[in-house]
Write a protein that binds this ligand. Structure first.
Ligand code: PBG
Length: 324
């Protein structure tokens, strides 16, 4: 054939492919979610997330040292508190000696250079398992935003670097920014779950924290999977309200959304490869149906190609350990 263009020329060898690769994944891209539970010396594998553990604070500190030694620079904390601490007001979320606040303090003391981010939403503290305050069967927006703002300030008091509101209430980024500034925490950042969809892929996470909604679902606040322009609206609002980083969640089923967000965002864009995505790869690999390492690398690269500047993923340590 008389071809002038032969794209295969650039695929001839591994070295050449490396040379012309458009995107790469590195340990610098990762946010590592961690589940902190009460007690001491506790380490429990999450049944629906093989190879992933919830740990008490002492073991979490050890684990974060390991993460840092492997080049992982940022953690995103979630806590599991006992049922008797849950109510419909989020009181425990504001407890200055609550598990989250203690976790922030312990990590900033033991590994000060690691960036600590915290989940801001009421579901782990809610007797209803909802992200906000419930009144007459509805999740009420404005009273919830007040509590989330106090929660963010309480995390800042404990020394957090970034708060990560994951609740999808309207106006919470502006309120949290104002609350942090008023309390003197101008340097505490906000990673906003800007486009967070109501998704079945959060199932294993809710198992891990025992935080499944007690009634109904989260569709009156998390986004409808049918929409992508609405994600841009949420992102624009969050940036106007002061978000430092915006996030799209889940990941793989929403790469189109990620790509559109990247086109319009003036701040870094994160993607969250959620618990169900991790579980699917693990489950298929356990059956011998996909190669785990290849599936992990290909999915992570997909996030970068779609435009992610950062990736929240449960695969961070595994990636770091194989790429060293
Ligand atoms: C809670 C929260 C959820 C996740 C992050 N923050 C669950 C939910 O909204 O029900 C999901 C993370 C994952 O599945 O990995 N606000």
């Amino acid at each position: 054939m008389n071809l002038i263009e032969r794209p295969r020329r650039l695929r001839k060898s591994g070295f050449l492919r490396e040379l012309v690769a458009e995107h790469r994944v590195t340990v610098n891209d990762f946010i590592t979610p961690l589940f902190v539970t009460e007690g001491k010396g506790v380490s429990i594998e999450i049944a629906s997330m093989p190879g992933y553990y919830k740990r008490s604070l002492d073991l979490t500190v050890d684990h974060v040292k390991l993460l840092r030694d492997c080049g992982l620079k940022c953690v995103l904390l979630f806590v599991q508190v006992s049922d008797d601490l849950k109510d419909n007001s989020g009181a425990e979320a504001l407890n200055p000696s609550g598990l989250m606040q203690e976790a922030i303090r312990a990590l900033k003391l033991a590994v000060p250079d690691v960036i600590v981010m915290t989940d801001v939403a009421l579901d782990p503290f809610s007797s209803y398992g909802h992200d906000g305050i419930v009144q007459d069967g509805e999740i009420v927006n404005d009273p919830t935003v007040d509590v989330l703002t106090s929660m963010a300030v309480s995390h800042a008091d404990a020394g957090v670097d970034f708060v990560a509101p994951s609740d999808m209430m309207d106006g919470r980024i502006g309120a949290i920014r104002a609350g942090l500034d008023l309390a003197g925490f101008q340097d505490v950042g906000i990673l906003s779950y800007s486009a967070k969809y109501a998704s079945c892929f959060y199932g294993p996470f809710r198992d891990a924290l025992d935080s499944a909604p007690g009634f109904g679902d989260k569709r009156t606040y998390q986004m409808d999977s049918a929409n992508s322009r609405e994600a841009l609206r949420e992102v624009v609002l969050d940036i106007e309200e002061g978000a430092d980083i915006v996030m799209v969640k889940p990941g793989l089923p929403y790469l189109d959304v990620l790509s559109k967000v990247k086109e319009i965002s003036t701040v870094p864009v994160a993607a969250y490869q959620v618990s169900g995505e991790y579980a699917m790869i693990k489950a298929a690999a356990a059956q011998g149906w996909v190669n785990e390492e290849a599936a992990m690398l290909e999915s992570l690269l997909g996030f970068k190609r779609a435009g992610a500047d950062l990736i929240a993923t449960y695969f961070g340590l595994e990636f770091a350990q194989i790429s060293h």
